[in-house]
Design a protein around this ligand. Structure first.
Ligand SMILES: Cc1cc2nc3c(=O)[nH]c(=O)nc-3n(C[C@H](O)[C@H](O)[C@H](O)COP(=O)(O)OP(=O)(O)OC[C@H]3O[C@@H](n4cnc5c(N)ncnc54)[C@H](O)[C@@H]3O)c2cc1C
Length: 536
């Protein structure tokens, strides 16, 4: 699929009314964020459209480009590029409905890094709130609609915007990111779930009893024409240009092109990916999902992470393919729905335990663990030069494509936090800065789960053996051979999983591949001791 061209920087002053005429009668403003970049099945957009129609107002949309905020939240360069590419598609889709998309740019400075973190984000949030409030006035918006974002910084930002708009415009925000919104599934005692399986059981029950949770919403209605002149100018001029990839997020061109080919932008592509996955891979998902060489998963996570496709739609289509069942029927469908439920689970954890947004472990006692901050070891892990082939293959896949298979995410995270005992927060940050599907809740949840600092912690059992994981999930070494070319000649042999101990010294040296940076058995014992020490 061809990519939309990357346009020049915004020239909004050319098309927006400054002190001039506001759209007669006023508008309803839909505020898109980086978690809901789609037209179909978008809760806030759907409601904004209904509000506009019933109040005889024009619907328009806006998006705030804030490179400073994205950098502050470690959004990966390939993800920023994906945001901008999806914005192009969104603009086209909205345009076809005569709904103009206004692009606002926060050009403010990067806050001084010496001031505390919460003050820096407050500074950025104030700027965004100022932009939004000014735009509400500029476009004479009678109502502003958005979908909720759950992280703490975003919640503060939205509260600030709400207070700015009080008495000026009606504000309506909606749950949209999950199939079952956070806070709905409670234990028998009324508390939050902290273990996945009981949460999933309750989630399934709630989703089954409340058809609305899995009902796909219609797209918004087109604006009736003619539009007031300023809106028509905004729609026509293409003047609100989507910026190029900001310089702070530069990616090597060849790599960028490769990632763009792997993950084309747009909701039509995401829906097709979903449909193809359901018709060709879903039935085999349970058997194939752990094999990184098999291409057995949906690879929808980048689309989920920007809201280019909704969890509702995914679960509802998978359920339909399974005879409307979620817990029984085809094993592949049941398993896949359960994986999507993990996403809801981690959002639920974030909302119920906001401390996880503040760099705190879910299990507070694990903060006392003697984590290592060894920069050289960390660098070797980042670069995929640990001497553990399956770990290196995973990290190199991440560095090249911005995406990593789930089994490998668990293996490399376990290696960092258990074999190297490096603080999970360093791995979490590196992932966020690298992933095209970087998603705070899932990333934090995945890291804390693997590091045994999070929900369902199992410090003594959850230490992955990188060699046996490799033999089990990449039996022929096909995946390793693809990403670690030094070892490609060993494909199909047992040595590919552990060349250092399986080959003689001379043969190993010829590979020009690092020897294992730790002895896994020794490292495993050290990790167990470190966790035991927390109890004494
Ligand atoms: C250390 C670690 C970090 C992770 N960081 C992220 C992240 O930043 N963003 C992200 O989207 N996922 C993250 N995951 C979860 C998971 O690895 C990816 O969602 C998955 O690999 C995406 O591939 P897919 O779309 O082919 O998944 P599929 O197997 O097709 O699953 C469908 C969807 O279900 C959701 N999902 C599947 N597994 C999980 C899971 N374990 N936790 C939460 N949601 C899940 C995803 O939205 C995924 O797209 C992380 C996992 C670990 C262990």
């Amino acid at each position: 699929m061809s990519q939309p061209p990357v346009a020049k920087r915004a020239k909004m002053a050319d098309v927006q009314p400054k002190n001039g005429p506001s759209p007669a009668g006023g508008t309803v403003l839909m505020w898109f964020r980086i978690s809901d970049l789609r037209v179909q099945d978008n809760t806030a957009l759907h409601n904004a459209s209904q509000h506009a129609t019933s109040n005889n107002l024009k619907l328009m949309a806006m998006f705030v480009v804030s490179p400073v905020e994205w950098a502050f939240h470690d959004v990966a360069p390939v993800r920023v590029d994906f945001i901008l590419r999806n914005l192009h598609v969104l603009k086209q889709k909205l345009g076809a409905l005569a709904i103009p998309l206004d692009i606002l740019q926060d050009d403010g400075p990067v806050p001084d890094e010496h001031i505390p973190r919460n003050q820096r984000i407050a500074e950025i949030n104030v700027r965004v709130a100022d932009l939004v409030a000014a735009n509400v006035a500029r476009w004479n918006a009678k109502a502003v609609f958005w979908n909720k974002e759950y992280e703490i910084d975003e919640t503060f930002r939205d509260d600030l915007v709400k207070s700015r708009l009080m008495g000026t415009a009606l504000v309506c925000d909606f749950h949209d990111q999950c199939a079952v919104p956070p806070g709905i599934c409670k234990t028998g005692q009324g508390g939050p779930y902290t273990v996945f399986t009981p949460y999933r059981n309750r989630w399934t029950e709630v989703a089954t009893r409340n058809p609305a949770y899995l009902t796909v919403l219609p797209s918004p209605q087109a604006n009736t024409l003619p539009l007031p002149e300023p809106l028509q100018m905004l729609l026509d001029a293409g003047g609100c240009e989507i910026p190029e990839l900001p310089s702070a997020f530069k990616v090597e061109q060849e790599r960028l092109e490769a990632v763009r080919l792997l993950f084309p932008a747009g909701e039509d592509h995401a829906v097709k990916l979903l449909q193809d996955f359901i018709s060709t891979k879903l039935d085999r998902y349970k058997d194939q999902r752990d094999l990184p060489a098999a291409d057995g998963t949906s690879t929808l996570s980048p689309y989920f992470s920007l809201g280019v496709i909704s969890a509702r739609r995914c679960v509802s289509l998978a359920r339909a393919a399974n005879g409307n069942k979620m817990e029984s029927g085809k094993a592949g469908a049941v398993q896949w729905i359960s994986e999507v439920c993990w996403r809801d689970f981690y959002r639920n954890i974030l909302v119920e335990f906001p401390k996880v947004c503040k760099g705190r472990p879910f299990k507070p006692e694990t903060d006392k663990l003697a984590w290592s901050y060894d920069k050289t070891a960390f660098q070797a892990w980042c670069e995929g030069k640990t001497g553990f082939p399956i770990v290196d293959a995973g990290m190199r896949q991440l560095n090249a494509t911005g995406w990593m298979h789930n089994r490998l995410r668990m293996i490399v995270a376990s290696f960092l936090t258990k074999d190297l005992l490096i603080d999970w927060r360093m791995g979490e940050e590196y992932f966020m800065k690298s992933l095209i599907d970087g998603d705070f809740a899932s990333n934090n949840g995945g890291w804390q789960w693997t590091a045994s600092t999070g929900t369902d912690a199992q410090p003594y059992f959850r230490i992955f053996n990188p060699f046996s994981q490799s033999e089990r999930f990449d039996p022929n070494g096909q995946f390793i051979a693809k990403w670690v070319p030094e070892l490609a000649g060993l494909k199909g042999t047992a040595a590919i999983h552990d060349p250092f101990s399986k080959l003689d010294k001379k043969a190993f040296q010829k590979l020009n591949y690092p020897k294992p940076m730790v002895d896994h058995k020794v490292a495993r014992q050290k990790a167990i001791q470190a966790f035991k020490a927390l109890k004494s």
